[in-house]
Design a protein around this ligand. Structure first.
Ligand SMILES: Cc1cc2nc3c(=O)[nH]c(=O)nc-3n(C[C@H](O)[C@H](O)[C@H](O)COP(=O)(O)OP(=O)(O)OC[C@H]3O[C@@H](n4cnc5c(N)ncnc54)[C@H](O)[C@@H]3O)c2cc1C
Length: 323
């Protein structure tokens, strides 16, 4: 691994100022469960790491009026075990509980999970692919069974985070701090397609960090769930996942948010599936129609058409769980 300097930030201001002092050469680090692997493999070669774990107060879950605030340094395991979060946001807790292994859930943080880099084998391997500044995405012509079926091109990675689809389904907001100030945006707008930036998965500028996730308390009658389909039963990334949050009134769906993981370079919100549900009763027929509608825009590659059938099935399954 290339040598680097470690800087322990003691405040958000200090962290973003350290990042700004070393433009393009510094990266924030939380628990390092993703970043250190990338550095060992020579994918990231920062000269300076800005340690966020030394900033006090960023590892708290706090109930506020109308929302729950999650610090970016909250370990994934704490989300999976939180009674408060389970009461209000089952999809978030269910997503946290199926991430990786107990060891990784204990160290990995919420902020690191949302900002983790893709798991594409060309990106992680010894290939100078588009995402690493090369000329080609190798997936369309190469081995592509785990790649994108929606929103792909010119890069076909899939976003690996399980927490992101759940949080977007729950309408979470992200607070971002940088050397020129703070901004709060819907988490949905945090992630960017390769057509916007082929080398990054989110809108963070080099001197910015994620400093808070805010999840609004759901309106009465809202139910949510997260369904993750893996190739093996544990310690695996999603082949396909779906987070569904539904509010019903008088026997009809009043509000629906359906967000998929493992299918696109960003957590993929299916407005088609949502439209198929709004104003109709949630039953086996509408659940199946939502799955079909979600897959209408799908454009599978040579080896990943199975994701289309799988997506239909788990959208239907997740919705039936909410009945
Ligand atoms: C074997 C293995 C299996 C895994 N399986 C899954 C899985 O099934 N599902 C899943 O969702 N994840 C999975 N992961 C990913 C895991 O959840 C992440 O590695 C972990 O959550 C990252 O947290 P961290 O604190 O270690 O982040 P780090 O490794 O410290 O950072 C990860 C990235 O985020 C950036 N970063 C960290 N915090 C911030 C912040 N606050 N603001 C801005 N940027 C930040 C870093 O610069 C880096 O680029 C797996 C990881 C491993 C190693």
């Amino acid at each position: 691994m290339k040598a680097f300097a470690n800087k322990n930030a003691t405040s958000i201001r200090e962290a973003v100022s350290l990042l700004a002092q070393h433009p393009g050469k510094a990266l924030p680090i939380a628990a390092g469960s993703d970043l250190l692997g990338e550095m060992k493999d020579g994918i990231e070669t920062p000269e300076v790491l800005v340690n966020l774990k030394t900033i006090p107060g960023l590892d708290k879950i706090r109930q506020q009026s109308g929302a729950v605030s999650i610090g970016p340094l909250v370990p994934v395991a704490e989300v999976a075990e939180s009674q408060l979060l389970h009461t209000h946001f089952p999809a978030f807790v269910e997503a946290a509980a199926v991430i990786a292994s107990p060891q990784i859930r204990n160290v990995g943080t919420v902020g690191g999970n949302l900002c983790q880099r893709p798991r594409c084998w060309y990106y992680r391997g010894p290939f100078r692919c588009l995402r690493k500044g090369g000329e080609f995405c190798y997936a369309p012509m190469g081995e592509n069974r785990y790649h994108a079926i929606l929103g792909g091109g010119p890069s076909f990675i899939v976003h690996p985070s399980d927490l992101a689809p759940a949080l977007i389904a729950l309408d979470a907001k992200a607070r971002i701090s940088g050397s020129s100030g703070d901004r709060t945006i819907p988490l949905e707008q945090f992630f960017v397609l390769p057509t916007v930036n082929v080398q990054r998965e989110n809108i963070l500028r080099p001197d910015e960090i994620l400093t808070e996730i805010l999840i609004p308390l759901p309106a009465p009658g809202t139910r949510s769930t997260y369904w993750k389909q893996m190739e093996r039963d544990a310690w695996d990334f999603a082949l396909v996942s779906v987070a569904a949050a539904i509010r019903q009134r008088d026997g009809k769906v009043e509000q629906a948010r359906i967000v998929m993981g493992g299918v696109a370079p960003i957590p993929w919100r299916s407005h088609e599936a949502e439209a198929a549900l709004i104003g109709r009763p949630l039953d086996a027929t509408t659940a199946a129609q939502a799955g079909d509608k979600a897959m209408e825009p799908a454009q599978p590659l040579r080896d990943n058409a199975y994701k289309v059938a799988l997506s239909r099935a788990i959208i239907r399954g997740a919705l039936l769980r909410l009945i």
